[in-house]
Design a protein around this ligand. Structure first.
Ligand code: 3H9
Length: 700
């Protein structure tokens, strides 16, 4: 079957692209479009041309898979220019998601009509790119500089009615059959004697002289480390100042620079890794799913309430249980607050709130959970408490109900064994704040049934989250690796690096926050309590020393106004605290550690390679299915910079031989306790391979 079909409906030629799943503009589509256009143009019976797509969407962009290979003619910009040069009016028929190169094709057409529910935009920036097929020059000409920048820098699509307001499209159709609607539109154009209308001939509306300088300042923090946004701004500046052809040549140059950048390679890796993650060995389309209508959440703390809110938002009936009447009231208040916050930010309406709350029940009685399809325990992080809850769930929930624990570290099998149905038990590790963070670690226990895993993956998707299936071990993937990262941070403090310097270094490198600010935000008491419960920690007095010292002093972080930093009343801004600096010096002396000057490079290498080493052990242990799964977890759960692709991709980009050599050097300098290189890292480094090339051995 050809990717592009040409059909005639009276005087209108209909060019329909059929390249599932998302009609990406692959080479075959580019060739097919040029050919079909040629034929339509040279056919004297044809007076207008419609370009649309079959399937669920208009073109969702260039084919991202081709970006790793040398470009093959015809290039997309040529296709867009060819469409625009057509001597007969060309109408784009948009439905689904018209994105990136798809939107550029639409802007190459002379008229655009979209189905009411269509959305359109330029998400290239999320792949480290800019619209490289004339989009940077066309969008400002129709939508204005400010709107064009907002769309291209955020990457967020707009819905058809907003696109109509902005002048990006000419008409919105309520018809399901958008190709049919576009043919009608074309017939009207023919009847009115309309001619081709070329965006390249329009002038971009002028902006005040300071506009671009101010815009750059405004976007600086959000776009740090990324080459594409600055180049997008330059292109839009050109759209407002340079002749079209000159600006297009620069757009092409910048696009190629971006495409070759390590940031784009990392972002494209993240894109595919996030889609790969739902493909789980042993779970297929044929695996049955259980129906989930009612979700019960046990524990009305901040986490439980946020999970409840997320489930209400996804349309489930929700029961929130807490033994404690005051706790339950607080949970309800949290849910109300989350709704009100959502309304204030314009994310939801008061009708959504009323609808959500009509499906919500608060209870203190386990008997009310009898009909729940899924129970998510979000009680204290304590094994005895968890086992008690699961024994109660076992005796009250109906057969076939899924019993999930939100534990972030504890043994899911031990929890499962507190029930008579360990096959129904699974870990669903949500991240705080649970209604915002996109990650859920789905922890597969030894006995967890495949259909329970498949159902959990579906649940994550319906909550708008990325579910990543991981194995059961202390801390699973994310928190197990966090221990290594946090350990190096703590050791660096004792060795002389100031907390604010470590934080600034890792923030500048791209982490969403520095580790010391994160500790203060999460509460130093939380990690302290978890460490107290563990019996397998290394026998090392330096291990998390400063975190323990501060927690024992009641310096828990933001909530007590003092932690690793201090906080002015009502402020979340960490302020370096000389008292902490004195405490660190005192502890270092006590442990016989000589403090020294530590540079940014050592901080980055120790913290990030600490992650890589533990990530490699996780692969060796079979706890994660793929290196990409680890990357997805760290990007979406721990603020790892997406433009570095996650710890495992980052190691690949540095070169595993270099990473291995540095780890060996650390073993010499700091001893083998933490820096013994894993066998897998050595093997890959010595054979010149990458994590991306690694496959889990069969049977693991
Ligand atoms: C661009 O256009 C550059 C130009 O400006 C200049 C060029 C010179 N290519 O996400 P899903 C695959 S840059 C190849 O699960 P959904 C995806 O991997 C591009 N493959 O579906 C998956 O494969 P698999 C700008 C693609 O319904 C399958 O399709 N465009 C592409 O949840 C289904 O995807 C973008 O950045 C692609 N462009 O969401 C849009 N897109 O089944 C990127 C998807 O093997 N795409 N695949 O796992 C999206 O945002 C979402 O896929 C979309 C559908 C919203 C369209």
């Amino acid at each position: 079957m050809s990717a592009v079909a040409l059909d005639k409906q009276g005087k209108v030629a209909v060019i329909a692209i059929d390249n599932p799943p998302v009609n990406a503009v692959s080479r075959a589509v580019r060739e097919g479009l040029i050919d079909a256009l040629q034929r339509a143009e040279s056919d004297p019976a044809i007076e207008a041309v419609v370009i649309g797509c079959t399937g669920r969407t208009f073109i969702a962009g260039a084919d991202i898979r081709e970006f790793g290979q040398p470009p093959q003619a015809p290039l997309l910009p040529e296709v867009v220019e060819r469409i625009e040069a057509c001597t007969k009016p060309v109408i784009a028929a948009l439905h689904g998601t018209a994105l990136g190169g798809g939107m550029e094709i639409a802007l190459g057409c002379h008229y655009r009509i979209a189905r009411k529910d269509a959305s359109m935009g330029f998400p290239e920036v999320t792949l480290g790119l800019l619209p490289g097929a004339t989009g940077t020059q066309r969008l400002p000409r129709v939508a204005g500089v400010e709107r064009a920048l907002e769309m291209m820098i955020s990457g967020r699509p707009v819905k058809a009615p907003a696109a109509l307001d902005a002048g990006i499209i000419d008409a919105v159709s309520t018809e399901d059959d958008i190709l049919g609607a576009a043919v009608n539109y074309a017939e009207n154009l023919i009847a009115g004697g309309a001619a081709p209308r070329r965006i390249r001939d329009l002038e971009t509306a002028p902006v005040p002289p300071q506009f671009f300088a101010d815009y750059r300042k405004k976007m600086a923090r959000k776009t740090r480390g990324l080459p594409a946004p600055e180049r997008i701004v330059r292109c839009v500046e050109l759209a407002a100042s340079a002749p079209y052809d000159e600006a297009i040549a620069r757009e092409r140059e910048y696009f190629l620079e971006c495409k070759a950048s390590p940031q784009s390679a990392a972002l494209r890796h993240a894109f595919f890794a996030e889609r790969q993650v739902s493909k789980v060995p042993g779970i297929g389309k044929e695996t049955p799913r259980r129906n989930i209508h009612t979700v019960a959440i046990i524990g009305a703390g901040t986490m439980g309430a946020a999970i409840a809110y997320a489930c209400l938002g996804a349309g489930f009936n929700v029961l929130l249980l807490d033994n404690d009447a005051a706790g339950l009231e607080r949970g309800e208040a949290t849910i109300n607050r989350l709704y009100e916050g959502g309304i204030k930010r314009g994310r939801i309406t008061s009708a959504d709130m009323a609808d959500g709350l009509s499906r919500f029940t608060a209870t203190r009685d386990y008997a009310d959970l009898a009909e729940a399809d899924l129970a998510i325990e979000a009680a204290f992080e304590n094994m005895a408490v968890k086992k008690e809850v699961f024994a109660k769930l076992d005796s009250t929930c109906k057969p076939g109900a899924i019993l999930a624990t939100n534990t972030s570290t504890l043994d899911v099998d031990e929890i499962a064994n507190a029930t008579q149905r360990p096959g129904d038990v699974i870990g669903l590790h949500f991240f705080s704040p649970a209604h915002i963070m996109r990650l859920v670690e789905i922890v597969r226990g030894a006995a967890t049934e495949p259909e329970v895993i498949a159902t959990s993956l579906g649940l994550a998707k319906s909550l708008g989250k990325i579910g990543t299936v991981v194995g059961n071990c202390f801390g699973f993937v994310g928190n197990r690796m966090l221990y290594s990262y946090g350990r190096e941070n703590q050791l660096l403090l004792l060795e002389g690096a100031a907390p604010e310097f470590i934080d600034a270094t890792l923030f500048d490198w791209g982490m969403a926050m520095g580790p010391n600010a994160v500790g203060d935000l999460a509460g130093l008491d939380v990690g302290y309590k978890v460490r107290q419960e563990r019996t397998d920690l290394p026998d090392d007095p330096r291990f998390y020393r400063m975190a323990d010292v501060l927690a024992k002093m009641g310096r828990y972080g933001q909530k007590t106004g003092k932690g690793m930093f201090r906080y002015e009343p009502g402020s979340r801004e960490p302020v370096p605290d000389p008292e902490v600096q004195a405490l660190i010096r005192q502890e270092a002396r006590r442990l016989g550690i000589e403090q020294r000057d530590i540079g940014a490079q050592e901080i980055i290498e120790r913290c990030i390679y600490g992650l890589v080493v533990e990530g490699t052990r996780i692969l060796e242990d079979g706890v994660a299915n793929r290196p990409g799964d680890i990357d997805v977890i760290w990007i979406n759960g721990y603020g790892f910079p997406r433009h570095r692709g996650g710890p495992m991709h980052y190691a690949d980009s540095v070169g595993l031989d270099r990473v291995y050599a540095t780890v060996c050097e650390f073993r010499e300098r700091f001893g083998p306790l933490y820096w013994e290189p894993p066998l897998l890292l050595r093997e890959l480094a010595q054979s010149g391979r990458t994590f991306a090339e690694w496959q889990m051995p069969a049977g693991q």
